[in-house]
Design a protein around this ligand. Sequence first.
Ligand SMILES: NC(=O)c1ccc[n+]([C@@H]2O[C@H](COP(=O)([O-])OP(=O)(O)OC[C@H]3O[C@@H](n4cnc5c(N)ncnc54)[C@H](O)[C@@H]3O)[C@@H](O)[C@H]2O)c1
Length: 438
Amino acid sequence: MTEFTPLRHLPQANVFRKGDVFVLFGELFGRGYVNGLIDEARKAGMTIVGVTVGRRDDTGALRALTAEELAEAEEKLGGRIINVPLMAGFDMDAPEGEQNPTEMLSGITLKGWQEEKLDWAAVERCREAGVRRFTSSAAAVMAEVDKLVPEGANVFFAHTMAGGIPKIKAFLAIANRIYKGRGERFMSSRALLDSDLGKLILMNFDEVTANTLKYLIDASAPIRERVTRAGGEVRYTAYGYHGTEILIGGEYQWQTYTNYTQGYAKMRLESIAQAAWVQGVPATVFNCPEIRTNSSDIFVGVELSLFPLLSALKKEGGGAWADEQWRICESLLGEGESLQSLLDTIERYNNDATSAHFRNFAAWPMDNTPELADVMIGTSEAITGLHKDKKALITDHLSHLVLEGAGPLMFHGASEKIGPVLWLNHDIIARQLNALHK
Ligand SMILES: NC(=O)c1ccc[n+]([C@@H]2O[C@H](COP(=O)([O-])OP(=O)(O)OC[C@H]3O[C@@H](n4cnc5c(N)ncnc54)[C@H](O)[C@@H]3O)[C@@H](O)[C@H]2O)c1
């Protein structure tokens, strides 16, 4: 089990300056966590370089971006993108003439999926084919990145990849039930994990969410060696998730979203950073708070832990700026609704025996239960219903604040080389935000 190692100070160290290179390993989306880190790299005057996961054509084959897609992505990133597809996972990979896992499972149904059996030797051949494809593409990408790193420059590698849900129609329906279903529509995460389908999905999560950090570290070894030989420095960061301390009953307490099926892959990600650290490679996984992004929107209720950030802003010395955040959030609520009463609802939810039962760090990631789904999804829907406009939620505003706070903590925390795994809890996020907006 990973030791709980929260970051409790605001890191000030800075290795990076104009002319250094920031490499984003993953694509940039408008609400994505990595925006906070990229803002810091831009402020430092670094050259930004990105990658693409590629796109699939009508036959499912992976292709590079078209000229138009590339121009659009580069404009959004504010830097050059190496146009070699880096889609991770093996759900669409197979040795020549064999079926890929998506094809193997194309016939599953919402009724029969639990009985579906896979040929594990064939799955393993697909995994190997996927890893071969990814690692050779990663080597090609890094050879291009190498040309963009001037002699004497430092390099920051930011890993942001996570995912791996295969595009199997019946599975998307199953996922909807596991993450969004309650009452009649509830589905047990344990049933999924015990099935062959679930085991395959966990393997794919490992590949996309965890092993890609290892492939990045390996593929960039020539760059790392050249940079360090010239007296420069490299850093690697990745985004983890392993629960977050938030204010409950006026104290910071660790809690988690349940069921976080990707948790096993996130623990593997931690162990990859730990192994690299031991080898002298400064890689840090920053376990970050729950926010709403393109990737997390499927997890209904994941956003509930965001609300107490407002209390943390006050507790951590917040002044006029923190008051302004309260005012902005209150203004998003419908006529007659108060922010304080919403926070009271969250406090009751967190103190409810059903949700409190899941505050068990050692047992993480725990399976979901119908009772939890009921109270979590119920509370989530009730709170969304208090807003003026369902497209302008308090959690949108708070998510943005969290990624803004995480940016400098990761940028300077990586510079300081503190350790391989660090938690960014609401205390330090609030302190960083208050410091930025003094
Ligand atoms: N949103 C949260 O609550 C939260 C909390 C803690 C950590 N994180 C982590 O932060 C990181 C960024 O996620 P985000 O929530 O900002 O969402 P996001 O959707 O903006 O980012 C997801 C990233 O994963 C990449 N990706 C997805 N599938 C991939 C595949 N098959 N192969 C290669 N890359 C793939 C995307 O290109 C993108 O860069 C992830 O590692 C995520 O697990 C998120």
